[in-house]
Write a protein that binds this ligand. Structure first.
Ligand code: KG4
Ligand code: ZN
Length: 342
């Protein structure tokens, strides 16, 4: 299978893409994303009902735009891929039912994709200026709003879950900390931007905990960090200190993620390290991991920011690289789908 239409609708993005297999990698023919993120901003987080309603409005125009931009016709498509979980049930239903309907009407094979697996495989997207694809075995750090997982990719077909968070996901921690500091949703990019304003070296804020940093395992935890910030802020945060607290949150999260990833590298000796998921867009996390990998002579990969946050190109990449064809009438959304990828 070479050229396919891919659909993503797990949360507050409605996305469609046309992708094509190119050697060991995946070529992007078009990439369209409609987001309802601005609507959720005023609530400080995604409102599932609102996200699902927006998906209904956007899905058909988004699919049509992806086909138009790629200049492909129905007969050029060799399959349709869709993310069937994990995610919000209302949102998932829109993408899954659309993909099933199109596959049935157009007589195309339907491929079911695990959204978290797709985040990892975004590292195989061919981009301008990037001419390498990851060498296996690889160690993946998947960090998003709902997940924080370390995964070993022994081969394309054999994946093993190594460890992850006991409580909040890294992105969730950013989002909750942003809320405590009065910064808008989504928290990650806003904490990052606010932290860049912390330029006065004379201003020092209390240090936040680095949960489980010293424990000799691949487990993580972020809820204590959020609680520590909440109790600090409970005493009242001066406006001028917000950038310094934001920087401290960013540094604490990045430090723990880097340390645990490098611990896994020390145990499993991968040839590549792959960063993936929305939090992979974080500059400090990316640059620190890249530095550590360089020191050890390990190749470091991170998708372009537009492929770190939710998009359909990664769904297409997963369908091409790890095909999972399903019966059109039998596919159902699985909101709580496990990340354990094997
Ligand atoms: O993968 P994603 O788009 O959606 C999920 O599958 O969850 O990830 C969204 C998460 C949000 O928690 C958001 O705050 C975080 O990714 N995020 C970031 C950055 N950009 C997005 N976190 C830290 N730094 C960023 N630059
Ligand atoms: Zn995601």
């Amino acid at each position: 299978m070479r050229t396919i239409l891919a659909i993503e609708s797990t949360c507050d993005e409605t996305a469609a893409a046309i992708v094509k297999r190119d050697g060991g990698g995946v070529e992007v023919l078009s990439n369209v994303v409609a987001s309802s993120s601005e609507i959720h901003e005023k609530y400080g987080g995604v409102v599932p009902e609102v996200a699902a309603r927006e998906q209904v409005l956007s899905i058909i125009p988004v699919v049509m735009e992806a086909m138009k931009k790629a200049e492909v016709e129905i007969e050029d498509l060799e399959g349709i891929a869709v993310a069937y979980g994990p995610g919000l049930i209302g949102s998932l239903l829109i993408g899954v039912e659309t993909a099933k309907t199109l596959a049935y009407a157009w007589g195309k094979p339907l491929m079911a994709v695990n959204h978290m697996e797709a985040h990892v495989l975004a590292n195989w997207i061919i981009e301008e200026g990037k001419n390498q694809i990851p060498e296996l075995p690889a160690l993946g750090l998947v960090v998003s709003g709902g997940h924080t997982d370390l995964i070993l990719l022994r081969s394309m077909s054999e994946w093993e879950w190594l460890g992850g968070t006991r409580d909040d996901a890294a992105g969730e921690c950013f989002d909750k900390c942003a809320r405590i500091l009065g910064l808008p949703y989504p928290g990650g990019p806003n904490i990052e931007r606010e932290g860049e304003k912390a330029t006065d070296e004379k201003i020092v804020v209390e240090r936040l905990p680095r949960p489980m940093l010293d424990q000799d395992n691949l487990e993580l935890s972020f809820s204590g960090l959020k609680s520590a910030l909440a109790s600090m802020a409970g005493k009242g945060v001066e406006k001028r200190l917000i950038p310094y607290l934001a920087r401290e949150v960013n540094e604490a999260v990045a430090e723990v993620l880097v340390a645990k990833t490098m611990k896994a590298v020390g145990v499993y000796h991968p040839k590549s390290v792959l960063l993936a998921g929305g939090v992979a867009a974080n500059k400090l996390l990316g640059s620190e991991l890249e530095k550590k990998c360089e020191e050890l002579g390990i190749k470091f990969f991170k998708p372009d920011t537009k492929y770190c946050t939710d998009n359909a190109v990664m769904i297409g990449a997963a369908a091409l690289l790890r095909p999972n064809e399903v019966e059109v009438l039998e596919l159902r959304p699985e909101p709580g789908l496990e990340t354990v990828l094997t």
